[in-house]
Design a protein around this ligand. Structure first.
Ligand code: ZN
Length: 290
């Protein structure tokens, strides 16, 4: 295993790779590097952590967690809990909650403190987002004690409103913080992904309302002005129109001290490039944010 490059910028300890950036969240995308190679490449660049997707981990959670820590990094988070509601969710409440518990168990075995939740869209048979948010609150509240017993926090990630129908009825930081208040569990918080919330001028105030104990993740990419696909055409930091420096300041001002994770879904651009190049550009762009 390779160690950090001599003289790696200390600021990179605050950077984590979300492996989606290398195409790892979708079968057959990206260069298909094995987990071990990803870990070594991140360690060699002096990164502080890695965020994995469940499909990469399989039955190897403990082993992979150990390998990451052995390379001097942390497992910053795990993506993700199943959709808890909506048209893409598993067909029954029992199946959803079983898979939710499996995700919590995997996070615990991996040794990460954060399991990200993408809530799922509007529940079939209902209209608007309010009934679905109630359903989500109930399901997260039910799972929170088990997660707490495993040392895992649950990060509710609001998605851009374009996804409200199918992927996430939770679309603003305001509603995310309200959900946390309603659930009232100490291990339930929010994830701030710039792709989804960059446009929201109430974001700094809502992050402050969340407070440092409830901000569990900070996801970086950029919003391309000419976005061609809202799912798989994210930009690398600096290529788009989001004020990443200002959002970063708001997240830090609210007290978040963890790694920023770079999460770029990019079927037409970054996933077509060699992973070493993607990682080098990611590092360069992160440092350029200041
Ligand atoms: Zn995200």
């Amino acid at each position: 295993m390779t160690g950090p490059r001599h003289g790696a910028d200390a600021r990179l300890r605050g950077l984590a790779l979300n492996t989606a950036t290398l195409g790892h969240n979708l079968e057959g995308r990206g260069a298909g590097w094995p987990v071990e190679r990803v870990i070594d490449a991140c360690a060699a660049r002096g990164l502080g952590g890695i965020v994995f997707w469940r499909r990469e981990i399989g039955a190897r959670a403990a082993e992979i967690g150990e390998r990451v820590r052995g390379a001097g990094m942390e497992v910053t988070g795990l993506c993700r809990a199943p959709y808890l509601a909506g048209p893409l969710a598993l067909p029954s409440r029992d199946a959803i909650m079983d898979d939710f518990r499996a995700a919590i168990d995997m996070a615990a075995a991996l040794g990460t403190k954060v399991l990200t939740i993408v809530t799922g869209g509007v529940e079939p048979g209902t209209r608007g987002i309010a009934p679905t948010l109630e359903l989500i609150a109930d399901r997260v509240a039910e799972a929170a004690p088990l997660a707490a017993a495993c040392g895992v926090s649950l990060a509710l990630e609001p998605l851009h409103p374009v996804y409200a129908g199918d992927r996430a009825a939770l679309v603003t930081m305001r509603d995310a913080v309200d959900l946390c208040d309603r659930i009232g569990a100490p291990n339930v918080g929010v994830a701030c992904d710039v792709y989804h919330v960059w446009w929201d001028r109430t974001l700094p105030a809502e992050l402050a309302r969340a407070g440092c104990a409830r901000i569990l993740g900070f996801h970086l990419c950029d919003w391309l002005a000419d976005t061609r696909d809202v799912l798989l055409d994210r930009g690398m930091m600096g290529d788009g129109v989001a004020d990443l420096a200002a959002i970063g300041r708001a997240v830090r001002a609210a007290g978040f001290a963890g790694c920023a994770e770079v999460e770029v879904f990019s079927a037409r651009n970054w996933w077509l490039r060699p992973p070493d190049e993607v990682l080098d550009v990611m590092v360069e762009r992160f440092l350029a944010l200041g």
